[in-house]
Design a protein around this ligand. Sequence first.
Ligand SMILES: Nc1ncnc2c1ncn2[C@@H]1O[C@H](COP(=O)(O)OP(=O)(O)OP(=O)(O)O)[C@@H](O)[C@H]1O
Ligand SMILES: Nc1nc2c(ncn2[C@@H]2O[C@H](COP(=O)(O)O)[C@@H](O)[C@H]2O)c(=O)[nH]1
Length: 214
Amino acid sequence: MSDTLPTVSRRGLMLVMSSPSGAGKTTISRALLERDSAIGMSVSATTRPPRPGEVDGKDYHFVTVEKFHDMVEKREFLEHARVFDNFYGTPRGPVDEILRSGRDVLFDIDWQGTQQMAQNARADLVSVFVLPPSVEELERRLRGRAQDSDEVVRKRMAKAGDEMSHWPEYDYIVVNVDLDKSIAAVQAILAAERLKRERQVGLPDFVTQLRGGE
Ligand SMILES: Nc1ncnc2c1ncn2[C@@H]1O[C@H](COP(=O)(O)OP(=O)(O)OP(=O)(O)O)[C@@H](O)[C@H]1O
Ligand SMILES: Nc1nc2c(ncn2[C@@H]2O[C@H](COP(=O)(O)O)[C@@H](O)[C@H]2O)c(=O)[nH]1
């Protein structure tokens, strides 16, 4: 066997994860990032105040409402939306940079953002909707996270039904019962999507070379 591994160049994909608040998409995303160096996270901008332990520039870019509107006007967002009582948006620049470096990009965004991304870049998008095992468990997780006030938890629970109604718009649905199984499921989705023929843009050259050149 040759000692040089064949590489077929590949077009980067955009993996979007959505769910009702508290179903577990951030937890699954973090685990995925730790295990897979070929995917980078899109860090959103938000007008929401930081939760305890959240780091500016890592979890979010925490910005004022004025700054957010300025970014919208300057078309700096790939998508943006009002979610609950705050604004959230995906800065365009870092996403382009990750894709240019040949890696995939992971997004933790809501259904409104996913719809906007689907309008602009359907071919590059892979979308996963995470459902909780039950509404009771969803509330347990939101409260167990212990990072939001009672009022915030109540508002998020009140919106959960509406958010879950968007599941048919997604490519894959993961019911997040067991965390390890959910992480493995998303890894499997990513592995299969990377092998899609149309994403392996280096295949024509590779097969030509396999056939001895033409
Ligand atoms: N399979 C699971 N079993 C039990 N607890 C879980 C599971 N998955 C996630 N959790 C816990 O549920 C809580 C909410 O998870 P997480 O913050 O990932 O939700 P989220 O969907 O990203 O919410 P948000 O949209 O508000 O950011 C966390 O405390 C997390 O540790
Ligand atoms: N459309 C977008 N939605 C986003 C973005 N960043 C996060 N989100 C979604 O907001 C809610 C609440 O998040 P939280 O961190 O306050 O709990 C959740 O559904 C996220 O997926 C974004 O850039 N665009």
